[in-house]
Design a protein around this ligand. Structure first.
Ligand SMILES: [Zn+2]
Length: 383
């Protein structure tokens, strides 16, 4: 590596001066190599730093064949002395989440033998995939202990053990690694091989919030929120609870119970409505001719109500009992009932004549037709 990695010497450094070692065209952009840089190249699950180099926005930073390449829009002359500055808010957020992830993974491993097999640091969310299907209570326990480690404000340690010391060391991500291995230790919480950027002391992580675990490939996927991101999530949820609290005139701590009560009341009202509707249907059917084909148009009926009304008519009178209800798209939904006649061939015929579809059993059919009221009435009058 020709470039001095300044973020390794001082992870909090944001500005630097460097000399351009090379600049070459790279997929429609320019890749600038420097003699030193504060820019962290994408790797180890951590996204690349953002910022400005020689007055240009740095679009991406990547490691390529032992070189750190800063991708920019316009070429920069080799040999030139340039100024660079990273986007500190973005980087600090990555450092918080990266360290938070170490603490959480280390504790989940120690407590429940869970291995972290997937680590994703997205723009908005950081998730970890653990091999054990932790319960919500177990995740709470990990969260509680992780926050205790934060509050102790312990220095995060970096070390480069030699091959023998490494062999004897118990750390996560233990696999055959080439070259010098960098070990990141959070005393009492975690020991792991890692190339990313971390905070200096655990207190800088801020609050760690773990969202509800989701089942994932035999284990769980957990979303980790640290620092300001955890606060933003708290604020959004607090606002949501306050909104529900005002709407239901219930105290914030009692909104779940209030929603359950409302749901129960709604169920009760639905039952009452169905009972009242059945009575109304009864009166309607009483007023109908006891025999012959009837084609009724009733507005505002749900498919189930339409079916109930047709069935009731079919039971209490002889002949074909058809009920239609107009739908929003201009078509008409129907339910037709008749005992003693096989409705299926008739249904097929009116579907064909009235541009419809649907079917059912011998005595009761349901569907819809793309035809206006007049065409429907004429068809059934001729039956
Ligand atoms: Zn790390």
């Amino acid at each position: 590596m020709r470039t001095i990695l300044l973020y390794r010497q001082d992870v909090c450094r944001t500005e630097f001066t460097a000399q351009v070692l090379s600049c070459e065209e790279y997929k429609g952009r320019y890749a600038v190599e420097l003699d030193q840089t504060c820019f962290y190249p994408e790797g180890g699950g951590q996204p690349a730093d953002r910022g400005v180099l020689d007055g240009q926005a740095v679009l991406h930073v990547k490691e390529d064949a032992e070189r750190v390449l800063h991708l920019v829009e316009k070429p920069v002359e080799a040999g030139k002395t340039v100024e660079g500055k990273i986007d500190w808010d973005f980087r600090f957020c990555q450092m918080q989440h990266h360290t938070g992830e170490h603490i959480v993974s280390g504790i989940a491993h120690r407590l429940f033998g869970a291995d972290n097999v997937g680590f994703h640091m997205g723009e908005e969310l950081v998730t970890i995939d653990l091999t054990v299907e932790l319960t919500a209570e177990q995740v709470r326990e990990v969260e509680y202990l992780a926050n205790a480690v934060v509050q102790k404000n312990i220095p995060v340690e970096e070390s480069f053990p030699d091959a023998d010391a490494l062999k004897a060391l118990d750390y996560r991500s233990k696999k055959e690694l080439e070259g010098q291995v960098r070990i990141i230790t959070v005393p009492s919480a975690d020991c792991c091989a890692c190339c990313g950027t971390h905070v200096v002391t655990t207190g800088q992580v801020g609050m760690i919030k773990l969202l509800q675990p989701q089942k994932y490939k035999g284990g769980v996927r957990i979303t980790v929120l640290c620092g300001q991101r955890a606060l933003a999530d708290y604020n959004a949820k607090d606002q949501s609870v306050m909104d529900i609290s005002h709407q239901l005139s219930a105290p914030p701590a009692g909104v779940a119970q209030a929603v359950r009560q409302q749901a129960a009341q709604l169920e009760e009202l639905k039952l009452k409505l169905a009972e009242t509707q059945d009575k109304l249907f009864g009166y309607m059917v009483e007023g109908l001719a006891p025999e012959g084909t009837i084609c009724l148009f009733e507005e505002g009926l749900a498919p189930n109500d339409l079916r109930r009304l047709a069935a009731m008519m079919g039971e209490r009178r002889n002949g074909i009992s058809a009920v239609f209800c107009s739908a929003e798209d201009g078509s008409h939904r129907y339910a037709v009932c008749c005992h003693g006649t096989d409705l299926r061939p008739l249904c097929k015929a009116w579907n064909q004549a009235l541009n419809g579809r649907g079917g059912g059993d011998k005595a009761l059919v349901q569907g819809s037709v793309r035809a206006d009221r007049k065409a429907i009435e004429d068809y059934f009058a001729a039956l």
